[in-house]
Design a protein around this ligand. Structure first.
Ligand code: FES
Length: 148
């Protein structure tokens, strides 16, 4: 695992590098640790409030620790109508956590998302950005098994 200092340093001279650096850090740690945000403020020569502002402005960044594999359930209307609520219930049951929480072993986090552009095959979930289409409660154990 790369350290956040090393990651930030590698984007120091890239235009808009702070966002790229945050993406890379989040990929490694699954969230943006406070020390990483402070380090980014230093390296990109920004007030700490601004470095935090960037981290909290974009919904794809999390400043709270969360599970390594981020499962997002689309809650926009087409997925909702197609039964997203049953998929949510199945995920919560299978993982033993509620939406917005992470499993104790640090493996999974459950979050909602807006439409991810796959409305032709609702309901849709994504895991670490990879879409799963036409998801049903019965498919959940099999999908999760890929990440255990
Ligand atoms: S509404 Fe769920 S993917 Fe578009």
């Amino acid at each position: 695992m790369k350290g956040y200092k090393e990651i930030i340093a590698s984007y120091a001279n890239v235009p808009g590098g702070i966002i790229e650096a945050y993406h890379a850090i989040q990929k490694e740690f699954s969230y943006l640790p406070e020390e990483a945000i402070l380090e980014a403020a230093k390296v990109f020569n920004l007030p700490v409030s601004e470095a935090y502002g960037v981290a909290t402005f974009y919904s794809m960044f999390s400043v709270k620790p969360r599970g390594k594999n981020v499962i997002r359930i689309c809650e926009s209307a087409p997925c909702h109508v197609a039964g997203a609520a049953e998929v949510v219930a199945a995920l919560e049951r299978e993982l033993g956590i509620c939406m917005g929480e992470s499993t104790q072993d640090g493996l999974f986090a459950l979050e909602f998302t807006e439409c991810v552009g796959q409305c032709q095959a609702t309901p849709v979930i994504t895991i670490n950005g990879k879409p799963y289409l036409n998801v049903s409660p019965a498919k959940i154990p099999e999908i999760l098994a890929e990440y255990k």
